[in-house]
Design a protein around this ligand. Structure first.
Ligand SMILES: *Cc1c(COP(=O)(O)O)cnc(C)c1O
Length: 394
């Protein structure tokens, strides 16, 4: 890897690409090719044997995608990155690479709905059992670990309840047992939180969210030790095939350049909206990582730069009333996903988290009156006035 840029704001723009190698092209070219020609048969043999660097076929690597992978590896402070066609392609490739039939996984209680779906499928198909725990203390985590445990899987902040898990604490316990810790860092991005610096082993992203940042691409990323990322590249990614297209990689390279600028604004706006929501008489509770009422605020202060752009809040009322709030909005968009320029609002119990059985869901704190808001880049006053008028109508 080339010299690492010292500052995050510079690295998001320059890391992993040198225009000198690309005819002076300021932005990385899109290598829209499926395959690469060999000069002779022996070169083909050497490439396949791994004796010579170079491209073979775009499912095994592509120069545009490589720029993104190198840049993300540097931003997460990891050795190597790997890009995927979706966040779920990254999650599944990493988890399948780390497990075999009858293994055991320890997971944070509360996670992305489709990841929950994948873990359930792995249990049904391969008897890989997952136990969910709050990971509040070392003792609680140690109690969840079994001889067959091969992965600890963590999301923090936990979507949509914004509880947090102390990543350094988890990494310390995992090291005692030599179990890798995988962190889904989608909500924070490396700008706000760097799990590898805290001792965790693999970071996963749905790059669909803040990394892309413009609501126009589905993509995933994984970053970790070179030996592990190489293993994923030549096994679960190569043979299951969830690769990223060169054009989508190019969109992500473009999105990444403004990540720090965008996230600062997302956080500024979110902080304003949190204060307003807390004062609103129709709102029962506001969930935000960097709010003094969050029981885990000390963990936020320890491991996150700022609280991020996603807020959840409970309204006074039931499911019908929560749906009415959404229906009364005039310009805020009702949509799942997050991290876009547009503010996006959704109802977790019937949308993103509907796949989780009702009882488990309620145990995770996802009530029928909970609403999730991904605060966009619009003027916060406009976001608030739309929310305020919708809340006042219920
Ligand atoms: C969206 C999301 C995913 C899945 O990513 P896709 O790009 O939609 O496949 C995984 N984890 C988290 C936390 C997410 O928000």
């Amino acid at each position: 890897m080339k010299k690492k840029q010292d500052h995050f704001e510079t690295a998001v723009i320059h890391q992993g690409y040198d225009s000198k190698n690309m005819l002076g092209s300021l932005t990385p070219p899109i290598f829209q090719t499926s395959t690469y020609t060999f000069e002779n048969a022996e070169q083909g043999e050497r490439r396949f044997a791994g004796e010579e660097e170079g491209y073979i076929y775009s499912r095994l690597g592509n120069p545009t995608v490589r720029v993104l992978e190198d840049r993300m590896a540097a931003l997460e402070n990891g050795e190597k990155g790997l890009a995927f066609g979706s966040g779920m392609a990254a999650v599944s490739a990493v988890l399948i690479a780390l497990t075999k039939a009858n293994d055991h996984i320890v997971c944070s209680s509360g996670l992305y709905g489709c990841t929950f779906g994948l873990l359930t499928m792995m249990e049904e198909k391969y008897n890989i059992i997952t136990n969910y725990t709050d990971m509040k203390t070392k003792a609680e985590l140690r109690a969840a670990i079994k001889p067959e445990t091969v992965v600890i899987y963590v999301e923090t902040p936990i979507n949509p309840t914004m509880r947090l898990i102390d990543l350094q604490m988890v990494a310390e316990v995992a090291r005692e047992y030599h179990i890798p810790v995988v962190v889904d860092n989608t909500f924070s991005t490396p700008y706000l939180q760097r799990p590898l610096d805290l001792g965790c082993d693999v970071v996963i992203h749905s790059a669909t969210k803040y990394i892309g940042g413009h609501g126009d691409v589905i993509a995933g990323l994984a970053v970790g030790k070179e030996s592990f990322i190489d293993l994923v590249a030549r096994t679960t990614q190569k043979d299951i095939g969830g690769v990223l297209s060169p054009f989508d990689a190019w969109l992500l390279i473009r999105g990444l350049k403004t990540l720090p600028v965008r996230l600062d604004r997302h956080c500024d706006n979110a902080e304003k909206i949190v204060e307003k929501l807390k004062d609103h008489q129709k709102v029962a509770y506001v969930y935000y990582p960097d709010d003094e009422k969050n029981p885990d605020i000390s963990i936020t202060e320890k491991q996150m730069k700022r609280g991020g752009g996603v807020i959840s809040f409970e309204i006074k009322g039931d499911k019908k009333v929560a749906q009415q709030v959404l229906n009364h909005l005039t310009f805020l968009k009702i949509a799942v996903s997050l991290g876009d320029a547009e503010s996006l609002i959704e109802h977790p119990a019937t949308m993103t988290h509907a796949v989780i059985p009702a009882e488990t869901r309620q145990g995770m704190g996802i009530t029928d009156q909970l609403i999730r808001l991904s605060v966009g880049l619009e003027a916060w006053q406009d976001i608030w006035s739309d929310l305020d008028q919708a809340l006042n109508k219920i």
